[in-house]
Design a protein around this ligand. Sequence first.
Ligand code: ZN
Ligand code: FE
Ligand code: FE
Ligand code: ZN
Length: 277
Amino acid sequence: MPLSGFTDYHVHTPLCRHAQGWPLEMAQKALALGLDELGFADHNPMPSLFDDWRMLREELPQYLASIEDVRARLPQLPIRLGLEMDYLDGCQSWWEELRSAASWDFWIGSVHYLGDGFEVDNPKYLSRYRDQDPEEIWTAYWARYEECIRSGWFDFMAHPDLPKKFGFVPKGDLRRFYEGSIQALVDTGLAYEVNTAGLRKDCRELYPARGFVALAKEAGVPVLINSDAHAVEELGAGFEATVEMLREVGYTELVRFEAGRRISVPLPASRRAEGAE
Ligand code: ZN
Ligand code: FE
Ligand code: FE
Ligand code: ZN
């Protein structure tokens, strides 16, 4: 099976209004790819209408039921339940409520919003990148990202260098942006994902860049590989190249989650390595 040994834990559902492929279709694709586990992490609901790219609060039961249904239909595939959580101020009591609403396997910490409603990855705000020095946007983003890590609410962190999405990147050595967040990951014991969605965006690069991965490896920060699939054909995309990059950087393990518990597993062999045998 092409992707045995892998999991994909960052997968969306049509409830977020910008994804295609209901959980059953995703799960059938996961079985066809040979993934060991599939995890859903749709954009978290908010207590009241907030933006147009997440499930409504009233739709949470449907999200949970759609995943329960797939678990019942395809018992051979372990399915993890998560959310991609937007790190926003003033949400603590809502998060408490949400936390007790289901048996979550993991929550992914995510920074899409900076101050004043600016969404770093929404093309609606592209003019911000043209008008503002990327240095400023990156500085604000990484400060927020570090805060998100240190908040203590999440199990692993999503797409670390997301503001490079449209290709606007500050000049010089970017490690100055990574260091604070990597220290925060070390201090809190959190993992981060290498998210292959970046390969499909203007930046044409994994989130995060290899420079981040190398520093994180050196610091002993655990990693997992996710696709951020918003469509069935994106599931597991780019995993082979990613595992090879992780191996080159020195990683020997990936992590998985079950009921908030982190489990280490050996880095799967890449297809190229198998072919060489
Ligand atoms: Zn999305
Ligand atoms: Fe995201
Ligand atoms: Fe996502
Ligand atoms: Zn995402």
